[in-house]
Design a protein around this ligand. Structure first.
Ligand SMILES: [Fe+2]
Length: 238
């Protein structure tokens, strides 16, 4: 099968709470390669209206990481991206190009505070949609409003929201009720893609292989491939 695509990964050093140094980034690249990840969308945090996106450092550090990966013969391609915290300023600032979209397409990875109300989630999809963006909600397991499956369904069907789940949510037991929710989300096909949300190589490492294996065991090869690569590849034109 093709290599995996990681649509959520904080690998660019010195711009957020992910990699702290070039050495950290190198370790994360090696780890991603060992996890069979071939494409990484470099989704550093962005808070529109909070502080400006550190574009110069981001571009320079991403290029440096790519050059190092190429020198090492790692089959990894790094792509622009951002994990946008949804704020009132997000639609305008995204539209004006102050924050990178996913692989420079009209797709954005959006996060919220865990207790964000359902109407705020709808508003984000609507307002970003109004300025032309397709929205992917980051780590949907974090939001209390999505514990209600009706809300999940409405966001998907009426607002066209795509949903990303973190790989370690699939592979780690989190307790009876959460596990049941996760299983239902997967069983119903409510999760479009998996991302690792890697921040380092210790406490929050890139981990795709085990997740893919577990998805394959439960849902079959095609579904596992789609969630760990195919979906993002098609959506982002990789
Ligand atoms: Fe993240």
């Amino acid at each position: 099968m093709d290599k995996f695509v990681d649509i959520h990964h904080h690998i660019v050093y010195g711009v957020d709470d992910g990699a702290r140094s070039f050495e950290d980034m190198q370790k994360m690249l090696l780890r991603a390669a060992s996890e069979n990840v071939g494409d990484i969308i470099c989704t550093s945090h962005g808070t529109p209206g909070g502080h400006p996106f550190p574009a110069d450092a981001y571009i320079e550090h991403l290029a440096k990481g790519q050059a190092w990966a190429d020198e090492q013969g790692l089959e990894i391609r790094l792509h622009n991206g951002c994990e946008i915290l949804y704020t009132d300023a997000s639609p305008r600032l995204l539209k004006e190009g102050h924050f990178p979209s996913l692989n420079d397409t009209w797709n954005v990875l959006v996060e919220f505070s865990p207790d964000a109300e359902f109407k705020r989630l709808c508003e984000a999809a609507r307002m970003l949609g109004n300025v032309g963006f397709q929205v992917i909600f980051a780590h949907v397991e974090r939001y209390s409003a999505l514990r209600n499956f009706k809300n999940v369904q409405e966001l998907r069907e009426e607002y066209g929201v795509y949903m990303q789940m973190n790989s370690n949510t699939v592979t780690t037991k989190k307790g009876f009720f959460t596990d049941r929710w996760v299983r239902h989300m997967l069983d119903e096909g409510f999760i479009d893609c998996i991302g690792t949300d890697a921040h380092n190589t210790s406490s929050r490492p890139c981990s795709m292989k085990l997740c893919h294996e577990m998805l394959k065991a439960r849902y079959g090869q095609d579904t596992a491939d789609e969630m760990c690569g195919g979906f993002a590849r098609n959506l982002l034109g990789l």
